[in-house]
Structure formats: C-alpha cells, structure tokens
Design a protein around this ligand. Structure first.
Ligand code: FMN
Length: 516
C-alpha cells in the first residue's frame, strides 16, 4: 500500500530541502570532481539506430508554438523525422564547451547545473520509419537504442487507467529522473530538480509538438511500477517521472502483452561511487500510485481555487498582437537559447513583459490540470526595469491580464539576496517567482501533487525562457531562499511556498556564456 493521500512526506521533504542564509553556510557542500557522474546513460551492448540529423524547419513562430496546443483529437502520426525533431529540440546536444576538466554538452533545454538527469524513452506502435518498440534516446550519439521490439503502448494505457490521450497516442515519451546524476551537486534538493528540469524540457517538447501539428499531453498519473518495469530501470536509481502522449490515432493502442519480462541489460555505472539521499527516495515512494483504480481516482480530483480578486492598484498588460509579435521560428529560438550569465541593467518594455507572461501562461495540457487552463503555481514578480511600469513587487492575475501592485520600490538588492545572493536576479529587468499553495495542492493531489507542482513550474519556466529569447531577451532559471521569498511577498503570499524562479532581462553579452 502506498500512502499518497497522506501528504506528510511531501511536506517534510519540502521543509527539509529549503535553502536559507543559515543552511547555505552551515551545510557547505564540496563537489567531488573525481566522482562526477557521466551525463549519459550508456547501454554498452546495444547498437544505436541513428536518427536523421537535419532539423526540419516548421516556420511556426516560437511565440505561437509556446502559447497554443493542437486539439486533443486531431489525427496525427509522427514519422521518424518528427520523432527526431521532438527529441533533438527537447533533449538533444545543441552546443559544447571545453573546460580544463573536459567538455560540457549543453542541451536544448535549461537544466540545473547542466547535469541532465532526465532521460527519455520512446514507446511507440509502428510509425513511418520506426518499427514498434520501446527505445532509449541517446543524446550523445543522437540515436535510439531498442530495448524491446513490438507494441508495448498497452502497458502505458493500463498504467494510466486508460487515459484517453495515452490510449490513442501513436507514440508516448517517458521521462525518467536519475537521482545521483543531479544529487552529486544538489544533494536531496534533486527531487525538486526532477520537476524543474523535466519541465523545461517539456516546454520545448510541447512547443515543437504544436509546430508539427501534433497534439501532446503531459501525464503524471500512472502506476509507477508498471512504467518502471517496462523500461526496466533500477528504481533505486532512476524513476519514471512523467509521460507525454504525442499525436492521435482514431484507433486505440492494442492491449498490453501478457508479460513484460525483465531485460537485464548492462549499463555503465555513472561514477565510481554514489551517495544516497534517502529523503528523495522517501518522497518518491510516498507519491507512487499503486493501482489503476488509484490513478483514476487521483485524476478526477476537484480543481483548486485561483487567486482572490485584486485588492490593490492594477496595471493592465499590453501583449503584442499576433500581427506585431516577433516571428522567429521555434526551432531557431530553441537553438539560440542559453541561460544568461550576466544581465545588463537595461529596461525591457511593458509590451515585452506582457507578451512574455501572456504567451507562457495560456495553459498546459496536463492530466493534473482540471479543468484545462487551470494552474497550480501563481506568478509573483519583482520588477526592476520595465518601461511604463513602476519598480516594485506584483502578483500576476492571468485570468484578468493584469498585474496587481503589492509594493513599489527599488528591490534590486533584496532580489539578489532572495536568489541565493547571486548577481543575476539583482541585475535582471524582472524576476518571476512561482509560488503555490502547497497545502491545498497536496490535499487535493496527495504527495503526487508535489511532483505535479514542481513539473508545472518547470514547464512554465521553460516557456518563459523561450518567450524571452523569441523577443531577443535573455533569461535564466535560479534557485532561492525559500522562506525569505514568501516573507518578501507577504502578506499576499502568506501560506504559500516558493517553487521556482526565472530572471529575465537584457543579456550583458550578446552570446551568453554558460555556468551553473
Ligand atoms: C531550474 C533552474 C535553476 C537554475 N539555477 C541557477 C542558478 O541558481 N544560478 C545560475 O547561475 N544558473 C542557474 N541555472 C542555469 C543552469 O546553470 C543552466 O541552465 C545550465 O548550465 C545549462 O545551460 P543553458 O541553460 O545555457 O543551456 C538554472 C537553471 C534551471 C533550469
């Protein structure tokens, strides 16, 4: 029996992994470079099937691709080139940089510490150019390794309690998180990073799906053990975190094979030795769903209330219309994206900020967001330099398209402090914090809601990245002092929890460098 309905483990995990001024100083963590994990999962006994490397140009403007989704029942079956496009633009290697200790392989989506702990697997029926099977995606070779031959989609259908998008998807992508690869640097906080780093990747995947005219939906409710067994991962080390149904077939997938046998495939250990952080595995275990009935009940949870109506002064946002917005295609924006390493203290315009917020928050197709269009996270802003907007703290009411002013003032120094005493949040034009009512979320969705709230923040954060770069701005994800963030935005934010932070502004150098 799992105890998803008792949200104590998620609360405990969140509390124990908070950063504070004191925790950073009392628990310094030195990196053991000689034991750094490899960023790739390697199956030495399987030959990769190389994917076509040419990036198809859809020509669809990034600002449209991130804002829209293709209606669920639109028929569409990806071919091998489309599969390659989806994988490359969400998890492929887009740039490399040499450093004294080796080379960093930067990927299409932002990831904490450039550690890339999210692995992708493809589960498909017969597709044009790709036979039915279960495949592991290898970014290093840009190829797929076939783990199982045949149509195993029925396992995902069964695991999700016949979720309609999964049942009719010609292809699903399973995203896993590998604990040690990220915990080497971030220790127990890695479980939060699973959601963030999976989320930024999914923002790209959803946008590319839209550009390819394929419906796509994120599924976080599934019987964990069934999916982990299908991939045959060692679930002490690597666990399925989310699924994405891609495309739509009028005909549902065939039933699951009677047996899914273990594969026993060899994989190369990622480093000499691994350090265990039991807290992460505890919150994961407590958020597992054990049966299809439990999944179905979980999915039908009632919606959360939104923000109360504004009480303070409001500023109407002024997003650019479709006709006026920059039209750089999604592929090019993704390839150009990189986290800003320094911001110039220059202002952005109210239109740019409005477009950013408006385009990034038009709804994420996900099984935990019912009715569609709802959101678990709320966006709180510290505005430093936006033409036409007084510097200060704001909360975004997306249903009304307004920013409610919480307090005016120059808060650059406070923002730098809140973002773990880094320069980036102090120099940005605006810092966008994601805050959630964790108590209500966990009450509704149990511990599984913890996965969902972190994942949603990552998706929205990833969309903000893309919306910034599409407007020739820069962006970076950041980490933060949890409770100080809530204090800063209180009393409005009282009772909420800090989940995520993205800083947006004008990059100081045109070509952004990279760091962690
Ligand atoms: C959720 C999240 C948090 C991050 N936190 C920080 C941070 O605190 N400081 C920092 O300099 N970079 C931070 N980054 C940026 C990563 O270091 C960067 O994404 C990674 O090095 C990969 O480089 P790229 O985004 O340029 O591809 C963060 C990124 C994400 C997605």
């Amino acid at each position: 029996m799992t105890d998803n309905r008792n949200p104590e483990p998620a609360r405990k995990y969140h509390e124990a992994t908070k950063h504070s001024y004191a925790s950073i100083r009392s628990k310094p963590h030195l990196l053991d470079w000689a034991n750094q994990p490899s960023p790739f999962k390697i199956y030495p006994t399987l030959e990769p099937l190389r994917l076509p490397s040419e990036v198809r140009q859809t020509g669809v403007a990034a600002l449209s691709a991130i804002a829209e989704s293709i209606p669920a029942k639109t028929n569409g079956v990806p071919d091998l080139e489309a599969v390659a496009q989806l994988l490359y633009l969400s998890a492929g290697i887009t740039r490399t940089r040499k450093h004294p200790g080796g080379e960093i392989y930067f990927r299409a989506a932002a990831c904490t510490g450039a550690l890339y702990e999210i692995e992708l697997y493809v589960v498909c029926g017969d597709l044009p150019g790709l036979p039915a099977g279960v495949y592991h995606f290898s970014p290093a070779e840009f190829g797929l390794r076939r783990l199982r031959a045949g149509d195993y989609r029925g396992v995902l259908v069964a695991a999700t309690g016949a979720e309609p998008a999964i049942a009719h998807a010609p292809l699903s992508i399973v995203c896993t998180g590998t604990y040690w690869r990220n915990a080497w640097k971030y220790q127990a906080r890695t479980y939060r990073h699973f959601g963030w780093d999976n989320g930024t990747l999914l923002a790209n995947l959803l946008a590319v799906g839209t550009a390819l005219k394929l419906p796509a939906k994120i599924i976080t409710g599934f019987v964990d053990v069934m999916v982990n067994e299908l991939l045959d991962v060692d679930s002490q080390r690597e666990v399925a975190f989310s699924l994405v149904a891609v495309g739509h077939n009028a005909v549902a997938a065939p039933p699951a094979p009677a047996e899914v046998s273990p594969l026993g495939l060899e994989t190369i250990p990622s480093s000499r030795q691994e350090v265990d952080y039991p807290l992460m595995r505890e919150v994961h275990a407590a958020s597992t769903l054990g049966s299809t009935e439990e999944v179905a009940a979980w999915r039908s949870a009632t919606p959360l209330p939104g923000l109360p109506p504004p009480e303070g002064a409001v500023v109407q946002l002024q997003p650019l219309s479709d006709g006026d917005m920059p039209r750089e295609p999604i592929e090019q924006v993704i390839l150009r994206r990189g986290s800003s390493r320094k911001f110039a203290r220059n202002a952005i315009t109210l239109e740019q900020l409005s477009t950013l917020l408006n385009r990034a928050t038009r709804g994420v197709p996900a099984d935990f967001l019912n009715p569609p269009g709802t959101q678990l996270n709320h966006l709180y802003l510290i505005v430093h330099a936006v033409e036409g907007l007084a510097a200060g703290a704001y909360v975004f009411h997306r249903d009304r398209g307004v920013l409610e002013c919480l307090k005016q003032g120059n808060f650059r120094a406070q923002a730098g402090y809140l973002g773990l005493e880094q320069e980036l949040p102090a120099d940005a034009a605006v810092d966008i914090f994601f805050l959630a009512d964790l108590r209500a979320t966990l009450k509704r969705l149990g511990n599984r809601g913890y996965r969902a709230v972190q994942l949603e923040a990552g998706v929205l954060g990833g969309k903000l990245y893309l919306a910034a770069y599409a407007q020739q701005l820069g962006a970076t994800g950041l980490t933060f002092y949890d409770d100080d963030v809530i204090r800063f935005f209180s009393p409005h934010a009282e009772g909420k929890s800090a989940i995520f932070l993205v800083a947006v502004g004008k990059s100081a150098q045109r070509s952004s460098g990279h760091g962690t």
